[in-house]
Write a protein of this length. Sequence first.
Length: 267
Amino acid sequence: MRRHLLEIHEQSWCPPFIRDGATDYLRFITTVSRQYSCVIPKLQKALLASQSERIVDLCSGGGGPWPKLQRDLQAALPRPMPVLLTDLHPNKAAARLPTWAEPDVEFAPVPVDATQIPPGLSGFRTLFTAFHHFPPGDARRILQDAVSQGQGIGVFEQTARTPLALLMMLVLPWLAVLAAPFVRPFRLERLFWTWVIPVAPFVLMFDGLVSCLRTYSLAELEQLTAEVQTPAGGLPYHWEIGRVRSPLSPVGICYLIGYPIHEPTDE
């Protein structure tokens, strides 16, 4: 049974340096391990089929897997695909990294609530290891809003409600301890809250365990999409739900992809 328990880093009372430290570690780990490289073929197919001209990443944190994912994805596409990274609590330090000097990647400087996306913010929406943050009502609204605005959406989760996934979360604190001096931007306060008082590793482990318990099963994702309605006169939607193997992760990646089906155009 899915349990919607509290995650520390998403609470308003969580100090920004702890929240940013946690998202910096998650970005570093997912980038180095390339855990999401396995979803590129599916994301490529959805972007082309939906005729999207931009990706709007929601709940980006410190940038998630995008430092390498954007370059790998771009190599698989016939045209440039800009990526806009958004978050309710923008990681301003991460946004200044040289990594983001890519002309096709930028951070939104203002908060963006994934449940209340401005109508003018068009593009194929993605959520990486973030959909589980939302209870069923909000999760359904996120999917419904994408359909109502005629935008594609891709949900990708590296967590799962399994004993193996929970066991893997116990490794996160030790990865943070080892990675601390290599994570950029370099910050002494991150080292202090990792090596001297290990608050950041604890938050990673605690939130990781809760994330697993919050993660939707494939059947629950199917139920959510079944409750989404296509507006009158709107394009029909194609939904795809499944799991793919991922490097360095025995759990794999769970995905939910939806996009409007356009009529073929004559060349």
